[in-house]
Design a protein around this ligand. Structure first.
Ligand SMILES: CC(C)(COP(=O)(O)OP(=O)(O)OC[C@H]1O[C@@H](n2cnc3c(N)ncnc32)[C@H](O)[C@@H]1OP(=O)(O)O)[C@@H](O)C(=O)NCCC(=O)NCCS
Length: 165
């Protein structure tokens, strides 16, 4: 199997490559303007999977204080089913968990059976059906992966007591 590297497109000076790849990969909503805006957004992480100098996949996630949003994900058609999508998402999930993020959400077309199956495999669950989400006519599904329980914080503080237990 070819070696796939995950890299930050800015550090790798690969922004042009990413924009071009987004077209080639035909990711939904991935116009060069959208990609540019997402790269410029300081709350967004853009990850590119490369084989040599060729981008074969990418993922973009927005990080909030407690929740993250997986905005775009695509793998080149010929390289699908070789674990690239899984590696991209797992990298982002690990980063989110390290940052203390509670949950990661995403939306996808309701008829995108391959992606639904992919996200189920990565333990995302379907939480919402949204009719007309895309262009007012195409239904979407929202999926969610919970990374930690919001109420499961540090144990409540109790005053010290002399009583031995
Ligand atoms: C969804 C997508 C990113 C998956 O990427 P990928 O690199 O092919 O996925 P992986 O190889 O890592 O697959 C991991 C697991 O997900 C599941 N899976 C992936 N694609 C699947 C498919 N077409 N049908 C059924 N299960 C699938 C499988 O369980 C797979 O493991 P396996 O190959 O060992 O059986 C890719 O199909 C894609 O780019 N689609 C077009 C863009 C898109 O739909 N993006 C998501 C919506 S935002």
């Amino acid at each position: 199997m070819k070696r796939v590297l995950l890299m930050d497109p800015i550090a790798a000076e690969g922004e042009a490559l990413l924009s071009k790849s987004a077209e080639v990969l035909r990711a939904p909503d991935s116009t060069p303007d959208t990609i540019r805006r997402l790269i410029d957004d300081p709350n967004t992480v853009v990850l590119v999977a490369c084989e040599g100098t060729r981008a074969v996949g990418f993922a973009i996630m927005e990080f909030g204080a407690e929740h993250a949003h997986l905005v775009l994900l695509a793998v080149q058609q010929q390289r699908r089913r070789s674990g690239i999508g899984r590696r991209l998402v797992q990298w982002l999930l690990q980063s989110a968990a390290t940052a203390g993020i509670i949950s990661v959400r995403l939306e996808l077309r309701a008829d995108n059976e391959a992606a639904r199956q992919f996200y189920r495999e990565l333990d995302f669950v379907e939480t919402l059906h949204m009719p007309g989400y895309y262009q007012g006519r195409i239904s979407a599904i929202r999926m969610l992966r919970v990374l930690r329980l919001a109420l499961n914080e540090a144990p409540r503080w109790q005053p010290p007591t002399l009583r031995r237990t």
